[in-house]
Design a protein around this ligand. Structure first.
Ligand code: AMP
Ligand code: ZN
Length: 119
């Protein structure tokens, strides 16, 4: 069922405390933790605690929860002092776009110059 934990999902295991993570924010609905392979001085992953395979499925299945993820992404940018000069919120969607974990997650990237267009 949509939103239910998946046994083979790395991020569901992090939510369950079965895999360790460096948590930076923890709310009733959302968990944020540092990426294990950071691509910028600030590189935090923001995930809904419920399992949805990608951002679009999250927005369709649980729009309020999608909003929680975006709000927390903004809170993290503020906490990491990267609102100025700016930061990036990325949802890789699909293997061809670099998605490797099929549990919706926002990358919050900041603390260095961020080129546009991205690679
Ligand atoms: P994506 O490639 O968009 O699906 O993002 C998955 C991200 O999860 C990558 O940036 C990985 O570096 C990161 N990652 C993988 N395993 C872990 C872990 N155990 N703890 C924190 N981040 C992880
Ligand atoms: Zn999951």
């Amino acid at each position: 069922m949509a939103g239910e934990p998946q046994a083979d999902c790395l991020f569901c295991k992090i939510v369950a405390g079965e895999v360790p993570a460096t948590v930076v924010r923890d709310t009733e609905t959302v968990l944020a933790f540092r990426d294990i392979n950071p691509q910028a001085p600030t590189h935090v992953l923001v995930i809904p605690k419920a399992h949805y395979p990608d951002a679009a499925a999250l927005a369709v299945g649980a729009p309020g929860l999608a909003a929680d993820v975006l709000r927390e992404a903004g809170e993290i940018a503020a906490q990491e002092k990267t609102v100025e000069p700016g930061y990036r919120i990325v949802f890789n969607t699909g293997a061809g776009a670099g998605q490797t974990v099929f549990h919706a997650h926002a990358h919050v990237l900041g603390g260095r110059g961020l080129e546009w267009p991205p690679g």
